[in-house]
Design a protein around this ligand. Sequence first.
Ligand code: COA
Length: 451
Amino acid sequence: MDIACKNSLFTSLCEQVKENNRIDPERYNNQDIKRGLRNADGTGVVAGLTRICNVHGYVMSEGEKLPVKGELTYRGYSIEDLVRGSHGQGRFGFEEVVFLLLFGSLPTPEQLSDFCELLSANRELPEYFAEDMILKAPSPDIMNKMARSVLAMYSYDDHPEPENVENVLRQCIQLIAMLPAALGYAYQVKRRHYNKESMYFHQTVPGLSTSETILRTIRADAQYTEDEARLLDLCLMLHAEHGGGNNSAFAARVLSSSGTDTYSAIAAAIGSLKGPRHGGANLKVTQMLHDLKANIRDISDDEEIAAYLGKMLRREAGDGSGLIYGMGHAVYTLSDPRAVLLKQEAARMAEKNGYGDEFRLLDAVERLAPDVMLKVRGISRAVCANVDMYSGLVYRSLGISEDLFTPLFAVARISGWCAHRMEEYLTGNRIIRPAYKPFSKDKPYIELKNR
Ligand code: COA
């Protein structure tokens, strides 16, 4: 794939691309253009209505954004209640959340058991799919392989186009059920092809929850404890959905609004989630943690940590982006409820599995970062730890490879994408088509010989 891109023609074309595609950010401000579909105060431009989820992080009072404790509700039920309601009764909760997001109400015991059976019956990929579509063409990136797998499933479906609600719903349920298998095969073939490690494929066991299925798929010995499966289930519940405006759900809605097929819409959402500004941030937190461990001599010394965070903000340390990963959120201000729930579990698991120092470092970053951001960058707005601060540490405590951090997010979030696809299919009825304001000057055409 290394095409002749190193010659002088290519270098000069690159310069031309840079020159003719840069737009001064000031132009956005001067013309009141909503960069990133955001208002000047950072709130999102309202692009639609949804009954699926509410992400609440501030209240507006006399035109001012006032910080409040973060709340996340799926179909009106708070995430804390959903976790307490299922885990408190000794049940896995992810399947209940998927049912709630797709169908709009909490399942009865019978509905829940039927739905779990339905998912279980659809866990396997189509015959020869893994051999032909995954094993023969490994990818160094599991998200890339998952997106390609979803897109390839179109040709294994006798009715791939969105013919009616029943057909779209069937495709959604099958994709939700099968994505863990696509993750498993993509991961194993990546291990073998790129890491030069062994691959192992275990039989799918009917009746297991999504988190148990995943742990079986990715572990060499296919073994896991109830506690581990419950913790992964919590992660799946917390990552299942986050409103219509989040980048991947919006991508699914944009594609759905054009009338395209389910496979195209979900593959696009996976592509969006792969980005480091979206689902890829949990990996960035892990890389930040490695860097902090390598550079902080005394992790109990708040002053030393704060000084290092200051250097990160000044782009003198870290990955040079000027960001403290795991901090800040587009909506949440005082707290991200997902981070609050995960932090408790991260603390418990980290002590148990020898990651105590890592946990204490992240806790220090959470405590110290807002003050350092104020002093170094003048950021006075409320900044809290977000879900990515502790999710990576939880995965590491479960012995899960960094390769799988974002793919696990996708296995959970596909339920939200499918709910948004159904809502867009049933109610949108208009192609999403915002406008870009052109500002290039009209020019007379110049004949080739005169240029
Ligand atoms: N580290 C450093 N600076 C940060 C920051 C962070 N974690 N979070 C916000 N800021 C800065 C922004 O760069 C921006 O500065 P600028 O005006 O000089 O450009 C300013 O604070 C205002 O930020 P805000 O309006 O909150 O940003 P946002 O809503 O566009 O971004 C995030 C939200 C999540 C993208 C942002 O907080 C971020 O990049 N965090 C780190 C990455 C991360 O953890 N992502 C996971 C999200 S779940």
